[in-house]
Every structure is written in C-alpha cells, then in structure tokens.
Design a protein around this ligand. Structure first.
Ligand SMILES: [Zn+2]
Length: 359
C-alpha cells in the first residue's frame, strides 16, 4: 500500500552526516547513543578509531533502515608509546584497574615503530578487511625528541616516515587511509604520505611551546591536498576544550580556522564536517563552522548533507534527491538557509524508504 506523507510547511533536506566521532565504538555507548542519531536527523556516522573485537557484537544491529549507517576505522596504527595508549591507561586507572602497556598494544591499536613492526602485523591488519586504516601523526616535526620525553609517554604519534608505506599497503587492500593530524606539519606529512582523509583541521588547540603559526597550513600542503583529492574533516567544535582552559586563545584559534578554511576552499580542497565530540554531535560542528563566517550557508548545508555523507559511503547514491537515489530525507520545521537552528528541529524522517517513528 502506498502512503502519502504530507510535508507541506516543512523544509526537506538529505540527512546529515557526522564524519568524525567515537560514540558508537563500544556496546555501552552504541546502545545509548545510536537511537539519538536518527532522531537528530543524522543518518551516517564515521567512527574514527574502533577495535573490531569491540564492535563485532553489535555492528549488525546498525546500518539498517531503522538505524544509523556507520563507517568504522578498524585499524588504528600508532607508536608503541603513542596515542591512544596513554588515554587507555588513564581510563583503566580511573576505573580502579591496573593495566600494562602490553595489554593495550596490538589490542586497542597496532603498535608500529618500524617497518619490521609493520611487516609483523600487516597480515593481521589486512585480514580484518578494514575499509579505513588510520595513522596517528602528532607533532611529527619533533617525533624523535618527543619519544625521548617521559611526560609524553602514551601520547605520541607514530614515525611519519612510515606513512607512505602504510598508504601503499592500505590502498593495495582497497582501503582508504585516514590520518590524525594536529599541527600544520602533521597535515603536510599526511598529504605527502598519501592519506585520503585528514581527520582534523589543525588548530583546535595550541600545544605547549607552540604558536599560531604552527597550525597555519602551508600553501604547498594545501596544493598537494587539492591535487590528491584529500578530504579534510573540520572538528572545530572540540576547540572548546582548549578555550575552556584558556579563553584568551579564542581570536588565535578563530583566526587560524578562518585563514586555513579560506585557503583550502580557494584551492578546491574538499572539506567535510565531523565533530569528534562524544558528548555532542555534528550539528554542533555545523554551527561552529557557520560561526566562522567563512563558508556561505548554502554551501555549508551542501557539505553537511551531501559531501560528508559521500566521503563515508562513496559508493552509495545518498545526499541527493535525484531519480535512483536512496529514499532518505529529513523534514525540518524552519528553513536552515535562514535559520540554522532549524537543523535542531527535525519533525519527520524517512530512511531508505521507511518512515521513522517519532520518538
Ligand atoms: Zn577523534
């Protein structure tokens, strides 16, 4: 039986996409957070650092017409003393448990310091058939010195010299390479190394001993990103953590964002929206980028509904209402071109032809 849905008085958009989060990477979070995605009009999510073991029990419940579609990073590569080791040790400690680095290495992430380490692990990485592989670049310019600093144990990035080989192997198994990048130098090394997606636009914090200039992307790296069709995920909303600690950084962080985004756009580099905010969502990210006043509203909405979805699922006909596309839409109360807060008022949604029940 056909059903007539009355959309009069509503503004209809393709569903939103969250290109960078971590809120569906374990059963506890996924159970609590997944339903809220669809209720918020967000149908697609990129989870940028999952462990295949953690997501196996529940991932088949996702990706249906009644649930959010998720693209997972399933192979995270970092140094043996690299991020996320420190974070994982901290969370065990906070839970009153004792964990050793050996319990986390090659479990929560792949610990790779050398080509020999990569060789020893690559077969296992490839066997899991990841669609996205991720490398951690953190202050690459000072990689060697940082690894000798005990204060940075567990918080380092990996050897940037290994990125080109990892990119080559990643592409050979039909996967795409995501790079975590914090500084402008990390960004440049990610581009030069062959990353397909850069998970952060540098500048969401100003690291210890760093200045604004350390986060200003070089023209050469921007040109390289354009030429190699690298996609950049914004994650500007998480700058609020740096700003809570030091509010006086606001003009510096904003100035960097405006300058970097302006030059990325002028060069034709693809920018998509992701929040990296486990307590928030991509709607906060869209609002954060809008406040920078550097992307026109119509383009902002196209990125939010089309480009961000397609970078996660490049083979699907989504983010559009043309004939043959997936029948997914969100009907808003209010016109987001005039009032962006309309994105926070989804009134009706259809996913892959199925009308979603109001919650
Ligand atoms: Zn992240």
């Amino acid at each position: 039986m056909d059903v007539v849905v009355d959309l009069s008085g509503r503004h209809v958009i393709p569903p939103l996409a969250e290109a960078h989060n971590h809120d569906l990477q374990n059963a506890f979070l996924a159970g609590r957070i997944a339903p809220g995605y669809l209720a918020s009009g967000i149908f697609y999510s990129g989870q940028m650092g999952a462990n295949p073991e953690d997501i196996r029990p529940f991932r088949s419940f996702l990706g249906t017409p009644g649930s959010v579609d998720v693209m997972y990073v399933e192979a995270l590569i970092s140094a043996s003393d690299g991020h996320p080791l420190g974070m994982a040790l901290d969370s065990y400690k906070a839970a009153g448990m004792e964990a050793k680095p050996e319990d986390i290495r090659d479990q929560a992430y792949w610990a790779v310091d050398s080509l020999a380490d990569l060789d020893a692990r690559w077969d296992r990485i490839a066997k899991a058939k990841p669609a996205l592989v991720k490398v951690m670049l953190i202050d690459s310019a000072n990689y060697a010195a940082n690894r000798r600093n005990p204060a940075l144990f567990g918080r380092n990035g990996m050897d940037p010299a290994l990125v080109p080989e990892i990119a080559k192997r990643t592409h050979a198994i039909g996967a795409r390479l995501v790079a975590h990048a914090e500084t402008a130098d990390d960004f440049a090394k990610a581009v030069a190394g062959g990353a397909d997606i850069i998970a952060h636009l540098p500048g969401y914090k100003i690291g210890r001993g760093k200045a604004a200039a350390d986060y200003r992307l070089s023209d050469v790296s921007i040109a390289g990103a354009a030429k190699q069709r690298v996609t950049i995920i914004t994650t500007t909303a998480i700058s609020r953590f740096a700003l809570e600690k030091s509010p006086k950084l606001a003009p510096v962080i904003r100035g960097n964002y405006v300058d970097n985004i302006r030059r990325l756009r002028a060069a034709g580099v693809k920018i998509v929206f992701g929040s990296d905010d486990v307590g928030g969502s991509v709607v906060g990210e869209i609002e954060s980028v809008d406040r920078l006043n550097v992307i026109p509203r119509n383009e902002l909405l196209r990125i939010a509904t089309q480009d961000s979805a397609r970078v996660l699922f490049p083979d699907r006909a989504i983010g559009t209402f043309v004939e043959g596309a997936e029948a997914s839409l969100v009907a808003l109360e209010g016109n987001p071109l005039e009032d962006l807060s309309a994105l926070r008022r989804p009134r009706l949604a259809i996913k892959q032809g199925e009308l979603l029940a109001r919650r």
